[in-house]
Design a protein around this ligand. Structure first.
Ligand code: SF4
Length: 246
């Protein structure tokens, strides 16, 4: 008890003696509002490739197809996801139709997406649970989606956005990286970025934030050596953590 009083007293005295002597340098941040940043990104969006799950959703996919293609897209290139999704949806588009496929057939249809043997099992288990516990319909609540095998926060949030058009924050590697580079958040993990964005990002931007930042992150603000010289927010971006750019 006395140690904490002593250290508090010391800090109070130190603060009084040194008031005004030091000035903290504010963390660098975007020199425009997030509204303006998003407006600029949206204005350039058509130059970049639309993320695969958004493309599938825009074609009128059901929430189940969005869920399946999101799972297929994990650790997989967009082109591979597109081909695998098309192959699968020609044969099976509902939980019942997936359940009707034997293991080998399903595996062949989604090959070569990343971790296809694991994803084959997950798709079968998810289809079974959706039929048994949700009457054949994908649940539209985050907590329920998170109960499905292999469904993490990124997948669940993307299903809410692209499957149900519900505002949610989906943080993948691009959203995490770009949000930090522009100084909008200062976080070490995707989960912390999600929590920070939930507090800070105006609700009106939630639905399209992932779509915009994924397209932007894949084309311009790349993980290694981003294209800062041709970036539409170059002059206003603090480029936090960027050591090499083009
Ligand atoms: S590409 Fe460069 S300038 Fe553009 S957002 Fe990324 S770090 Fe900032």
């Amino acid at each position: 008890m006395s140690a904490s009083i002593n250290s508090r007293t010391f800090l109070e005295v130190y603060d009084k003696q040194n008031a005004g002597k030091f000035q903290l340098t504010p963390a660098p941040e975007l020199k425009i509002t997030i509204d303006d940043f998003i407006k600029i990104i949206e204005g350039n969006y058509t130059k970049w490739t639309t993320p695969i799950v958004t493309r599938i959703s825009n074609r009128g996919a059901t929430p189940f197809e969005v869920l399946v293609s999101t799972i297929l897209s994990l650790r997989t290139k967009d082109q591979v996801t597109a081909l695998a999704s098309n192959r699968l949806f020609k044969v099976a588009r509902t939980p019942k139709e997936i359940m009707a496929l034997d293991n080998e057939t399903l595996k062949k249809l989604i090959y070569p997406v990343g971790f296809y043997p694991t994803k084959t099992r997950q798709l079968q288990e998810i289809s079974h649970i959706i039929i048994k516990e949700y009457g054949g319909n994908v649940p539209n609540e985050l907590d329920e989606l998170l109960k499905l095998p292999g469904v993490g926060r990124k997948t669940a949030n993307l299903v809410l956005i692209e499957g149900f058009q519900k505002p949610a924050i989906c943080v993948d590697t691009h959203v995490h990286r770009v949000s930090n580079r522009i100084g909008y958040v200062k976080t070490k993990t995707a989960d912390k970025t999600e929590a920070a964005l939930r507090k800070k990002l105006p609700l009106r931007h939630w639905i399209r934030f992932n779509e915009f930042l994924v397209a932007f992150g894949q084309s311009i603000c790349k993980p290694i050596s981003p294209f800062c010289s041709t970036c539409p927010v170059n002059r206003t971006c603090p480029k936090i953590g960027v050591t090499k750019c083009r």
